[in-house]
Design a protein around this ligand. Structure first.
Ligand SMILES: [Zn+2]
Length: 167
């Protein structure tokens, strides 16, 4: 019995779904699709090639993500998937999906402010508290629990929180 070969577009969707479900090792509530790190999935003659753009060059989590993607694709039946890193155009926090921002806030990390926001234009960085939404916050340390996060504290509820600052 001959099973008809699946078309490249069906395979592409399946490969995309498998890759898109891979989570950021530092922030496990965010998938690489939420982050905007997953750029392209190509299928040619049944072979999969994935393009990713790292959140910032030198982010150690990115090597891990490439390995996780290859593994996820292998589990989905794509044995020889290739993961390609695309550095240009550079990733910005604007690529993070609304769903990703919502999940980040629910996880207790202040999501990145849009680069086009009025405050960013004037070079003033103010970050809202992910717990009580107060704007009365202060920067405690540029370096939070990982290189991608800064440590802030809310003056209203007095709780410290992480701010996602990679860009
Ligand atoms: Zn607060």
């Amino acid at each position: 019995m001959v099973i008809a070969a699946e078309s490249d577009s069906v395979l592409r969707q399946r490969a995309w779904d498998a890759a898109a479900a891979v989570v950021d090792p530092e922030i496990p509530v965010l998938t690489i699709a939420d982050l905007g790190v997953l750029r392209e999935v190509d299928v040619k003659d049944g072979r999969v090639e994935i393009a990713i753009t790292p959140t910032y060059s030198g982010c150690p989590a990115m090597n891990m993500i490439a390995v996780e993607i290859a593994l996820a694709l292998e589990n989905a039946g794509f044995a020889e998937a290739k993961v390609r890193t695309v550095l240009s155009p550079a990733w910005t926090t604007d690529w993070m999906s609304q769903e990703g921002r919502r999940k980040l806030a629910a996880y207790g990390i202040a999501p990145p402010r849009a680069a086009s926001s009025r405050r960013a234009l004037f070079g003033v960085q103010q970050v809202g508290c992910p717990r009580c939404r107060s704007e009365e916050t202060e920067l405690l340390s540029e370096f939070g629990s990982t290189a991608c996060k800064a440590l802030w504290r809310c003056k209203s509820c007095r709780e410290p929180f992480d701010y996602f600052k990679c860009h």
